[in-house]
Structures are given as structure tokens and as C-alpha cells.
Write a protein that binds this ligand. Structure first.
Ligand code: IFM
Length: 452
């Protein structure tokens, strides 16, 4: 057995727009994802989060599912447009929903970890420029203050942003996510304002209660050059700069890396960075969340019109998930060790890790997802290797509790420990849910040698 420390936090995670549904109920305002989903051709099968997993109306049932897993913590996000209406006023019914989640978790002995922004920007703010507008960062801090006040005393840990890289570069750069803009200058500007929003929100919550713990979650990946040529190695540096170092250096060193600023020289002069911004962004974190799914094997693409000019290639002979992502657990060890070596110490959590596979309900009514079990086991072994190397890893959260709305892929991709039959909204725990409950009970996973 590979045993984890006794106080290691075992958890699972979701996000508001992906599971809640009730998108037009109880005063919830529209978000950029409602608008994006309603735009033909943006989301597979024209799916949307209108109903999703109907979690808003099935809260108690889902909290029981969480409790049965035996997790110590549950990471969920608050929907900004549910909490602040189109008139800019606080929507009490929206806030009450999150109080019910927190209370229900406490009653079941599960610690809540609240993420304030998991991509559902109020549409009214996008209409005023979205994350390209500096005011959005201030609006975010106001919203953070409201949620913090409502949940104060009940929630110790807040995560400001989930994966700002995705919000900025997929939302404003390549347009694959809401709001669907394709403008590199907008993407870099949005990245800065997201980080500024983090800094302002963290300061606001700490000012309200200095005991509040604040972190942020990044999607990070090791970046590996496709070949040993100078061109591919430089492409890997650029890719790593945009995906990892732009955010890590800002948050953990209080500055943007010079080579990344240079990379974007043709699209922006970074004039959006004002005095004091970097001190706010670089204020010490209580924890850093890492969402890890895969490494990226990167090749130089000189003809690309993207400033990074680097393309991702598939490593030969490696298993892929139904997202087309290679399964390479060793990348998680590499990433965690790199964070320990390259940056100032900060407690780390793997806030997301998991895989989509084409799960089916068998003749016996069960969902036997052995490939997901193998994926999770491999990644827990990799996390354990990082612990043995001295990394300060405090916890691990499986993505996701439930099958859910997988953004541009709609409902076609299933990441859950629990299968959702969308026609009936029936929840069916998969074999991986039982397996994960066993891991938590035992406090560890079997050694890699025993699973070969
Ligand atoms: O579903 C997403 C989640 O919202 C953010 N991290 C990656 C997951 C899988 O794509």
C-alpha cells in the first residue's frame, strides 16, 4: 500500500454551470455560457446548462451521494449570476442555495471548499467588456465580498478563480469557450484582469476576516518539446510561458515573465498593468490548486498566427481518454516537483484530476468503468511519488462527482464517479465511486508494482 498522510484531504469537485441547471429560476441572471450555448454551432449537439444535472433541485440527494463516497471535502463553485442579479443587486434566493449546500455538507461531516469563479461571468458584465474591462475585476471583488460575508464562519477556504488560462485564452483568444471572442490582445488583457480580480477579491475577503484562507486554481501541465531541435525546445518554452509561467510567476513572484511579455509584444504593450497591480496579484497565497489532466508534447509551428506558434502533438503508443487526452500520470509527479523546485513554498492541492470515458450502463444496471479506476490509481501513485519527494501536497479532488455539462463538448463526455442518466436524472455510482470510497477508507492506493 502507498499510504497518504493521515490529514490528507480526499475530495471530489464540481462547478455550478456544469451541474446546477435552474438557469432561469429564482432570480438567476444570464451568464456568458447561457449566451454561448444559445449561439448555433458553439456547443456540441446544441447542449446547454439549462437543466444540466438538475442539482439545484436535487441537492439533498446529491449531498447524500457525496457523503456515501466518504470524502473529507467537496469543492464546488458559486454562480456569480445566481448571486448578483441583472440590476446589480444581491439575489437572496441565490445566496440561500449556497448556504444550503454548506449547511448540508457540515451536517454530513464534509468540508466545503468554495470556488468563486468557474467561468460563468454575468452576461451584463460581458456587455460592458467582460474580462477585458478593468471594472470587471472590481465587480468580482464586490461579489466575493458578498459570498464571503454570507458564508463567513461556515467556510474557511475560498478559491478565487478556476483556470484563468482557460477563461482568458479559450474565452477571448481562440473562441472555443464563452464569450467566444478571438482576439489575442483581448485574451492577454483578460488574463491580467482575471488575476487582478483574484488579488482584489483576496484582499477584500482577508480584510473582512483575516482568518480566511484564500487560494487560486490553475490548469497546469508539464510541457515537453517534441524533438531535441532548438525550434521545438523554444516552442516548448513559449507554450510553457503562456500556459504555466504567465500565471505562476504573477501569483508566486509578483511579476510577469519577461520572455512572455516579449512573446505578446506584437499584440499588447501590457499598458493595462497599473501601479500596485502586481503587489495585489502576488500577495501570498494560502494554497495553490492544480488541475492536472495531461502533459503537452509541443512542436514549433512557425506559420501559426497565434503568438505562441506551438502545436500540441500526441505521444505515440499512449492510451487516450475520450477527450483525446493522453494518459500520462508521471506528468503529475513532474509538475508537482517542478512547483516545489521553481517557486516559493505554498501548500498544494490537486483540485481536479480525472478522465472522460464512454461509460455505458451494463445489462446488470451497473457502470463498470475500469479504465477510470486505472487512470485515478495511476495518478494517485504519481501524487504519492511527489509526496515522497518532499512536495507539500495536502489533498486530491477527483473531477468530477457527477457526469455533467462538459462545456463545448456538451453532455457527450462523462467525467463522473457517478453516472447521470440525463433522461431520468437517475444517479448511478460507477465502479470507480466504490473504488475511490475504498481508497479513502484505506487512506491510500496499492503500489504500482501490485497493479501491473
Ligand atoms: O470540466 C472541466 C472543468 O470545468 C475544468 N477543468 C477541466 C474539466 C475537464 O475538461
Amino acid at each position: 500500500m502507498l499510504r497518504f498522510p493521515p490529514d490528507f484531504v480526499w475530495g471530489t469537485a464540481t462547478a455550478a454551470y456544469q451541474i446546477e441547471g435552474a438557469a432561469q429560476d429564482d432570480g438567476r441572471a444570464a451568464s456568458i455560457w447561457d449566451t454561448f450555448c444559445a449561439t448555433p454551432g458553439k456547443v456540441r449537439n446544441g447542449d446547454s446548462g439549462l437543466v444540466a444535472c438538475d442539482h439545484y433541485y436535487r441537492l439533498d440527494e446529491d449531498l447524500d451521494v457525496i457523503a456515501r463516497l466518504g470524502v473529507g471535502a467537496y469543492r464546488f463553485s458559486v454562480s456569480w449570476p445566481r448571486v448578483v442579479g441583472d440590476d446589480g443587486r444581491v439575489n437572496q434566493k441565490g445566496l440561500d442555495f449556497y448556504r444550503r449546500i454548506v449547511d448540508g455538507l457540515h451536517r454530513r461531516g464534509v468540508r466545503p471548499l468554495v470556488t468563486l469563479y468557474h467561468w460563468d461571468l454575468p452576461q451584463r458584465l460581458e456587455d460592458r467588456g467582460g474580462w477585458t474591462a478593468r471594472d470587471t475585476a472590481a465587480e468580482f471583488a464586490d461579489y466575493a465580498r458578498v459570498v464571503h460575508e454570507a458564508l463567513a464562519g461556515e467556510v474557511e477556504e475560498f478559491t478565487t478563480l478556476n483556470e484563468p488560462w482557460v477563461s482568458a485564452f479559450m474565452g477571448y483568444g481562440n473562441g472555443m469557450h464563452a464569450p467566444g471572442r478571438t482576439d489575442q490582445r483581448a485574451a492577454v488583457t483578460a488574463a491580467h484582469h482575471l488575476l487582478l480580480g483574484h488579488g482584489l477579491a483576496a484582499a477584500a475577503m482577508r480584510a473582512a476576516d483575516p482568518r480566511t484562507k484564500v487560494g487560486v486554481t490553475l490548469n497546469l501541465s508539464p510541457v515537453v518539446p517534441f524533438s531535441d531541435t532548438d525550434a521545438d525546445r523554444d516552442a516548448a518554452r513559449r507554450y510553457d510561458g503562456q500556459q504555466n509561467r504567465l500565471f505562476l510567476d504573477a501569483l508566486l513572484r509578483g511579476k510577469y515573465p519577461a520572455d512572455v511579455v516579449e512573446l505578446f509584444r506584437d499584440v499588447t504593450d501590457f499598458a493595462f498593468v497599473r501601479d500596485g497591480d502586481m503587489a495585489l496579484i502576488g500577495a501570498p497565497l494560502d494554497h495553490l490548486g492544480i488541475n492536472y489532466y495531461r502533459p503537452n508534447l509541443v512542436m514549433d509551428e512557425p506559420g501559426s498566427d497565434d503568438p505562441v506558434r506551438a502545436g500540441v502533438r500526441m505521444p505515440p503508443g499512449v492510451e487516450v481518454t475520450s477527450m483525446g487526452w493522453p494518459v500520462q500520470p508521471e506528468g503529475l509527479t513532474d509538475l508537482l516537483v517542478r512547483l516545489r523546485d521553481d517557486y516559493q513554498p505554498v501548500p498544494l492541492y490537486v483540485t481536479e484530476n480525472g478522465a472522460a470515458f464512454d461509460d455505458v450502463i451494463g445489462a446488470d444496471g451497473e457502470v463498470d468503468d475500469q479504465r477510470r479506476i486505472a487512470y485515478l490509481r495511476g495518478h494517485l501513485q504519481a501524487a504519492h511519488a511527489a509526496l515522497r519527494a518532499g512536495v507539500d501536497l495536502r489533498g486530491y479532488f477527483v473531477w468530477s462527482l457527477l457526469d455533467n455539462f462538459e462545456w463545448a463538448e456538451g453532455y457527450a463526455k462523462r467525467f463522473g464517479l457517478v453516472y447521470v442518466d440525463y433522461a431520468t436524472q437517475r444517479r448511478i455510482p460507477k465502479s470507480s465511486a466504490r473504488w475511490y470510497a475504498g481508497v479513502i477508507r484505506d487512506g491510500g492506493v496499492e503500489n504500482a508494482d501490485e497493479t501491473r
